[in-house]
Design a protein around this ligand. Structure first.
Ligand code: SF4
Length: 224
C-alpha cells in the first residue's frame, strides 16, 4: 500500500517545516531582496526573477531601483526610459507591464501597493505566483507562492502523481496553503525556504536527496 503524504498528519507537517526552516537559516543565500520588505522593491525583484538568473538580477535590481526609486518614479517614467533601464534583461514585455502596474498603483491605490492577493492579481502582468510572492515577502501574509522551483518540490515531496494542468495546479496550491504557517515571519521564511530547496537541492536536473533536510518526510525519497 502506498504511504500517505505527511500533509495528512499535522505533526509530520510541522516536522517538515521545522527541518526546512532550520536548513534555510544555515544555507539560504543572502540575496539583497530578502533584506527588504518594501513591496515595490520586492515586486521589481520578482518580475526580474521570472525569466532571469539570480546572479544577473543581483546586478540589475539595484541599478533599476536607483533609476526608479519608488513606484511613483516608475509610474511617471516614459516607456522608452524603462525599456532602456531593462536593457540586457530581455523579455521586455515584463518592463512594460511593470510600468503599467506602477501607474495603476499610483492612480487607483494612491501609490500604496495593495496587500491582498486578489487585488495584486488585477495589476498588469501579475499572475498567481507574483501576487503570492509580494503578499508573503513584503507583507508577511500567510499566502503561498508557487514558482517552478516550489512546484517541483511540492510535487516530489507530497504528490508525485499529481498530473500537469489546472486540476493538478489547484491541488498544489492547496498543499502549499496547508504548509505555510499563519505567523507572518514564519510564512515568509517557509516560502523562501521552499524556493531555495528547489533552487539548490531538489533541482530540475538532480535530486540531491542524500543531503536534503526533508528526506525522511519526502514521499519521493521514501518510496525510492
Ligand atoms: S528528498 Fe529528494 S526528492 Fe525529496 S525534496 Fe529532498 S531532494 Fe527533493
Amino acid at each position: 500500500m502506498p504511504r500517505k503524504s505527511i500533509l495528512d498528519n499535522k505533526n509530520e507537517r510541522i516536522r517538515f517545516r521545522r527541518k526546512l526552516l532550520a536548513w534555510f537559516r544555515r544555507h539560504g543565500r543572502d540575496l539583497p531582496w530578502r533584506r527588504t520588505r518594501d513591496p515595490y522593491q520586492i515586486l521589481v525583484s520578482e518580475v526580474m526573477l521570472q525569466q532571469t538568473q539570480v546572479s544577473r538580477v543581483t546586478e540589475y535590481w539595484p541599478r533599476f531601483l536607483e533609476s526608479f526609486p519608488t513606484v511613483q518614479h516608475l509610474a511617471a517614467a516614459s516607456p522608452k526610459r524603462v525599456r532602456e533601464a531593462w536593457e540586457g534583461l530581455g523579455y521586455y514585455r515584463r518592463a512594460e507591464n511593470l510600468r503599467r502596474a506602477a501607474r495603476v498603483v499610483v492612480t487607483d491605490h494612491a501609490g500604496e501597493m495593495p496587500q491582498k492577493v486578489a487585488i495584486l492579481r488585477s495589476l498588469p502582468g501579475i499572475g498567481a505566483y507574483t501576487a503570492g510572492a509580494v503578499a508573503s515577502f513584503a507583507f508577511e501574509l500567510a499566502e503561498p507562492a508557487i514558482d517552478t522551483n516550489v512546484s517541483r518540490v511540492l510535487r516530489r515531496a507530497f504528490h508525485p502523481r499529481v498530473k500537469k494542468g489546472a486540476a493538478g495546479d489547484q491541488k498544489l496550491w492547496k498543499v502549499a496553503k496547508e504548509l505555510v504557517p499563519r505567523d507572518g515571519n514564519a510564512a515568509w521564511a517557509t516560502n523562501q525556504a521552499l524556493m531555495e530547496l528547489g533552487a539548490l537541492i531538489c533541482t530540475a536536473r538532480v535530486m540531491r536527496c542524500e543531503i536534503c533536510p526533508v528526506r525522511k518526510e519526502c514521499l519521493s525519497s521514501r518510496t525510492k
